[in-house]
Write a protein that binds this ligand. Structure first.
Ligand SMILES: N[C@@H](CCC(=O)N[C@@H](CS)C(=O)NCC(=O)O)C(=O)O
Length: 208
């Protein structure tokens, strides 16, 4: 049996959504990051990097990193068609997910946890402001991509699961996400999916 280690509303929700959309059989383990559970010895044995998501596979090994987990889920449950299989389409999917993991997520981290990026207290505010502005710019790029497209690729995929998390983060940060019409409609399209609603309910998160 698979076990997903997750923190509500965090980037692990992208992997959680992929598992639920795939119709996978899996257990969940809530890692309370606010209480520091991700830094406990017990969790560091799961993921020595102290981050979620982590997915324990049936053979006992642990897979980390959203892109890897989402690709694993898509390939393990091909009938769910969560990622394209043609080389070009697959590369485009990976390209979007890599952008999310290496640019969009880190930009938000600058806003959310500025202390990680400087020892100078006086630098924090500037890091926060720049991080949020960069994140907002990435959200605008996502919005532009979705103009005239229901989904990132020709059909629903894990890329959509991943992008949905960032809409929620933008709302949480107080950005005017409703001013991004295509991203907002995409978020509504996601909210109409039963699997998405189940994950939000399990995580106790609302994205509006
Ligand atoms: N590159 C990783 C990033 C994972 C990550 O940063 N997770 C955050 C939650 S959004 C976390 O667990 N942070 C805890 C910490 O860094 O202390 C991925 O894409 O899976």
């Amino acid at each position: 049996m698979l076990t997903l280690y997750y923190a509500p509303g965090s980037s692990s929700m992208a992997s959680h959504l992929a598992l639920e959309e795939a119709g996978a059989q899996y257990l969940t383990c809530y890692v309370n990051e606010d209480a520091g559970e991700h830094r406990t010895e017990a969790y560091l044995r799961v993921n020595p990097r102290g981050k979620v998501p982590a997915l324990r596979l049936s053979d006992g090994s642990v897979l980390v990193e959203n892109i890897a987990i989402q690709t694993y889920v898509a390939r393990t449950y091909p009938e769910a068609r969560l990622l394209p299989t043609g080389p070009e389409e697959e590369a485009h999917a990976l390209s979007w997910m890599a952008f999310f993991a290496t640019a969009v997520h880190p930009a938000f981290s600058h806003f959310w946890a500025p202390r990680r990026f400087s020892d100078e207290r006086s630098a924090e505010e500037g890091i926060k402001v720049r991080g949020l502005a960069t994140f907002h710019g990435h959200c605008r790029e996502i919005d532009a991509r979705l103009a005239g497209n229901d989904w990132f690729l020709g059909r629903f995929s894990t890329v959509d699961c991943y992008a949905f998390v960032f809409y929620g983060w933008g709302m949480r940060a107080g950005l005017p996400m409703h001013d991004l019409p295509n991203f907002t409609v995409h978020k509504d399209r996601m909210l109409a999916r039963p699997a998405v609603r189940r994950v939000l309910e399990r995580e106790g998160v609302s994205i509006g």
